[in-house]
Design a protein around this ligand. Sequence first.
Ligand SMILES: *Cc1c(COP(=O)(O)O)cnc(C)c1O
Length: 343
Amino acid sequence: MRIIDLRSDTVTRPTDAMRRAMLVAEVGDDVYGEDPTVNRLQELAAELVGKEAAIFVPTGTQGNLLAILVHCQRGDEYIAGQQAHCYRYEAGGAAVFGSVQPQPIEFESDGTLDLARVAAMIKPDDHHFAVTRLLCLENTQAGKVLPLAYQAEAAQFARRHNLKLHLDGARLFNAAVSQGVDAKLITGYYDSVSFCLSKGLGAPIGSILAGSRTFVDRAHRWRKMAGGGMRQAGILAAAGIHALERHVERLAEDHRRARQLAEGLASIAGLSVDTNAVATNMVFVNIAPGLRGPVLAFIRERGILAGGYGQLRLVTHLDIDDQDIPSVVAAFADALKTCKAGD
Ligand SMILES: *Cc1c(COP(=O)(O)O)cnc(C)c1O
């Protein structure tokens, strides 16, 4: 049975063409800086996001961690969203490894942080307080794309308050494709940016952290310390290059399918979907809590996997095609007719 896995865009398998690129990748020892494919990926990535330099890291989590460790010293503070990946979903790494205190703030419904609320959280210069050093934004945030004007304002705000500005751009290219802009236009507002190769771009492993030459040099030492110095990583970097060269424009297809999926699901009694909120590849579906378990079990019988906390989350990606969308909608329609609320 074909499995339609909508839990995340991390589940993509490398395509045959990507595997061929990996197979023939020239490699060397990247800890010596001698892997030509890693070097090529880092140059390409830096160029795509308009930064002086970039470093290849195993995960987005490590990319964000290194960024915080470079921007902040022990006893400093970073401000991030309450649901931000770099605060909530990275096991407290910045606090554990860097002794950097997080200051979470609730996201607004559009995925931004209200800059007036951020300002109110910046600590005064007083020895009672940690030193607020860094503001982290996320784009896309739960599938939402941050407005360019907001990011421009955030950049000015950060400069005014002497803060560094980091973008957790795990799905940066989804944002850029959705807005029809060059990714550089977004990343230009930030001192540093991380993005994932292993999500919608379809690489099996890997993320990029980019910034100034000095920033990346310092990130290099932290990466080594965190155990992220990889050897013949060109095999992985080749997948990343392939992804950046071949899989960016096609994100628009994922976005189109997500929208079709949202519209299909919105027409089913018992489900509610804010179709207008679907800007990229994520669809969030409200369902009665008692129905959630039975409906997920029902669609699983048809080989369809969905996830999420509370709301259902369905994510389109490289391994989801046009025919899958009506199959998923039909499975949900049948599930809502059949399932009784459980406990
Ligand atoms: C996935 C993700 C990351 C990084 O995740 P890894 O699994 O460590 O690669 C960071 N931020 C956001 C918003 C993400 O969605």
